[in-house]
Design a protein around this ligand. Structure first.
Ligand SMILES: N[C@@H](CCC(=O)N[C@@H](CS)C(=O)NCC(=O)O)C(=O)O
Length: 262
């Protein structure tokens, strides 16, 4: 690995540490890029959009929710996806992966060079991860618990498509999402009650020029992942499509498998 790349990645990790960023990661070397995802996962969609933007080739490993947590613990030492393997090195967490990608493939950069614009984008990205992403997960999990039969629609186009009988998949998802929200302390009603406020915040960030510029940044991608997942929910599609945030999400992530009835 060349020195400037190692330095950039070290600097990224230091900054994320002081931001008390929860994910873990190791500085990647060179080699094949393998992205571990759960089909339908919004932070995974964020990372895939970044890889597309940078024209970086990667191999995608699709994992089932639930089982994925154990696979990730074993492979990455951390439960969640997205996880990116670069040669023998591992990076977990959408924000940390985007920092690593900027180190590996600097063009186009996902953070502005102007310090004040950069600070705004990093703060919007943090909010997109810690607030909007979490809330989107709660809303989508609640909808899946009510409509487990729709779960296989999220597998379309992935290596898992057609590999699970529909009824078995529905029973598995029903059981998983009956316990997961409680284990993780999810409250779907609370998440739904403040969704419009969150969408207003996205639109305000677009109006301020932090999001939605001609050159997509890390916060655009983080927010787009969540809004794009919400656009697959019949209950929220119209409200989001009527907003600038909806257009941004569709521009950055044109395709997103899956559909959940209202
Ligand atoms: N903020 C993290 C969150 C990742 C996350 O929670 N991913 C979910 C899928 S959307 C997951 O892997 N959940 C499995 C688990 O919590 O065990 C990121 O952006 O990478």
């Amino acid at each position: 690995m060349d020195a400037p790349l190692a330095e950039r990645l070290d600097a990224a990790r230091e900054r994320l540490k002081t931001d008390s960023f929860p994910a873990v990661g190791r500085v990647p070397g060179a080699g094949e890029l393998v992205l571990h995802v759960i089909p339908g996962s919004h932070p995974c969609a964020t990372v895939e959009a970044a890889l597309r933007l940078k024209l970086v080739r990667y191999r995608r490993v699709a994992q089932l929710p639930g089982v994925s947590s154990l696979q990730q613990l074993a492979r990455f030492g951390s439960r969640t996806v997205p996880g990116l393997r670069i040669g023998g090195e591992h990076v977990v967490g959408s924000r940390l992966i985007l920092r690593a990608l900027d180190g590996l493939a600097p063009e186009p950069p996902l953070l502005p060079s102007d310090p004040s614009a950069r600070a705004d984008v990093l703060e919007a990205e943090r909010w997109g991860d810690e607030v909007l992403q979490v809330q989107t997960r709660v809303i989508a999990a609640g909808a899946l618990a009510r409509h487990p039969e729709a779960a296989t629609s999220y597998l379309e186009g992935s290596a898992l498509a057609g590999r699970l009988p529909e009824r078995a998949a529905a029973a598995y998802i029903r059981a998983l999402y009956a316990v997961a929200p409680r284990l993780l302390g999810f409250s779907t009603p609370r998440a739904l009650a403040t969704l419009s406020e969150r969408l207003d915040h996205v639109d305000a960030l677009i109006a301020r020029g932090v999001l939605g510029g001609a050159r997509p940044n890390a916060a655009d991608l983080q927010v787009a992942g969540s809004l794009r997942l919400l656009l697959t929910l019949d209950a929220h599609r119209a409200e989001i499509d009527a907003r600038p945030g909806g257009a941004l999400a569709r521009r950055l992530i044109p395709e997103y498998a899956g559909r959940l009835p209202a």
